[in-house]
Design a protein around this ligand. Structure first.
Ligand code: 0X9
Ligand code: ZN
Length: 454
């Protein structure tokens, strides 16, 4: 069975390029997945080891480049927004305003066509990353020590390793940690919730998730860093841990996340089977929430990266997180969801440029948090509503957490960097990212303690 699956994977690797991201590969990829789902656990581990020994495959990145343009006129900006909305290209920095650079990733077969389209609008594309495949390979070498019982923050780790580490941590610190498997992903990976705190269930809570977008590896790495700081250095945070509960789900799209290790480093979506024949695998988990679903910055084409899914909450992983947020909504005061990149601390709304009526409260706390963050390594974060800070996009978890679950302080955090490394932030930057984010979390936790617990 390993051989069958492996040969299917090899065939995938030699597949030609696709126009829409992941279309052909994703469909073939799902054949591999259904093979895998019939494997026993042991066989699965062997298969994973084989897969990990080979470079990330899936989307063919050889010859892929990123092109940067700076719109100078309203018409050029409009053309870029049209291109962005069409979903054919993977925008690594989306069009915002005149004078602001836009980065677009194009596969080898797209480079010429994209260059021509940009030039037709009078734009002057510059190649920023000449070899995306090489950039990805560079980061992938030296990643993972799969299955290790202890985690380090000098490498990125897959969901299996993170889960093993959480289990060990919970068993080493039973006074402080409760680990629950609260659901399963589409492909059957466990989804775990780690509660950290010793004041009892009634204390106010902070819910933190990561890894909703598969390729944003710094997110689970930073979230696990935060967990580790709180738990292994608990005496330094005694006061906070007695007054506030921290709810952690470090990898809420585990199938997509692991797929970005084994098959396609730049995968963003979940890995669910296409809802209709001819469709592509997966949905954008951050367009799948049932609050103004499918209204803005999202697509109903399953082959594009911001596909909102066949229905609100079509993705089982988001149902799992929704159920936990619902269960904990009465005590949870803050919801933090970590993404990358861009260094932004954003609050709702993402579906409209209008602001929530209490936006000033959210803005003030965010500014305090990013002030403390900056004091650690000098990293600057921008603060604002997500529509006003990056773009309008509905169906996001932050909007749902505020608009439906009624959690007052909801933030989407775009971690490092500003676009130098895009999604492939070097592992040497995990610890600095973790340290500064922990400073921000302490400000928020102290605020929760002071406001809701004292
Ligand atoms: O587009 C997203 O989902 C987030 N940016 S990312 O580059 N990490 O993909 C921003 C989401 C902001 N929140 C909402 N639009 N609700
Ligand atoms: Zn994201």
């Amino acid at each position: 069975m390993v051989t069958d699956a492996q040969s299917d994977v090899n065939e995938l690797r030699s597949n030609g390029q696709t126009m829409r991201r992941g279309q052909c590969v994703a469909r073939r990829g799902s054949e591999v997945v259904s093979q895998v789902s019939r494997c026993t656990m042991n066989t699965l581990l062997v298969l994973a080891a084989v897969l990990l020994a080979t470079p990330a495959r899936g989307q063919d990145l050889s010859g892929a480049k990123t092109l940067s343009v700076v719109p100078q006129t309203e018409a050029q900006l409009k053309e870029l927004i049209k291109l962005f909305d069409a979903g054919q290209y993977d925008f690594w920095r989306e069009p915002r305003d005149m004078g602001m650079s836009v980065d677009i990733m194009a596969t080898a077969s797209q480079v010429q066509e994209l260059t021509a389209a940009l030039e037709r609008s009078g734009l002057k594309p510059q190649v920023k990353v000449d070899d995306v495949a090489q950039m990805v390979m560079r980061q992938n070498s030296g990643v993972y020590s799969r299955g290790a019982r202890s985690l380090d923050w000098e490498d990125y780790h897959d969901s299996y390793t993170i889960n093993r580490w959480m289990a060990q941590l919970a068993s080493d610190h039973p006074d402080l940690c409760t680990l629950e498997t609260v659901g399963k992903s589409y492909e059957g990976r466990p989804m775990n919730l780690l509660t950290v705190g010793k004041g009892g269930a009634d204390k106010p809570g902070i819910f933190i998730d990561g890894g909703i977008h598969a390729r944003e590896w710094i997110s689970p790495a930073t979230v696990t860093f935060l967990v580790n700081q709180l738990v292994t250095n608990s005496s330094a945070h005694d006061d906070l841990l007695s007054s506030v509960n921290f709810y952690f789900m470090p990898v809420i799209n585990p199938d997509g996340y692991d797929y970005s290790f084994t098959d396609d480093r730049l995968w963003r979506k979940t890995r669910s089977e296409p809802a209709s024949p001819g469709g592509c695998s997966g949905a954008d988990a951050n367009r799948n929430w049932d609050f103004h679903w499918m209204e803005a910055g999202t697509s109903n084409d399953s082959c594009v990266d911001n596909y909102g899914g066949s229905a609100p909450f079509s993705e089982v992983e988001m149902q799992v997180v929704r159920d936990q947020l619902t269960r904990l909504r009465n005590t949870t005061k803050v919801y933090l969801t970590f993404h990358s990149y861009g260094q932004k601390w954003m609050y709702p709304w993402g579906y409209t440029a209008a602001l929530p009526e209490d936006w000033q409260d959210l803005d003030r706390l965010a500014r305090d948090a990013v002030g403390a963050l900056k004091a650690v390594h000098g990293t600057r974060y921008q603060v604002g509503s997500s529509t006003r800070t990056i773009y309008a996009a509905s169906g996001g978890s932050d909007d749902w957490a505020k608009g439906v679950a009624g959690i007052k302080y909801c933030y989407t955090v775009e971690l490092r960097d500003l676009g130098t490394h895009y999604f492939t932030l070097p592992p040497s930057l995990i610890i600095p990212s973790g340290q500064e984010t922990f400073a921000a979390l302490k400000v928020i936790a102290n605020f929760v303690k002071k406001t809701y617990s004292d």
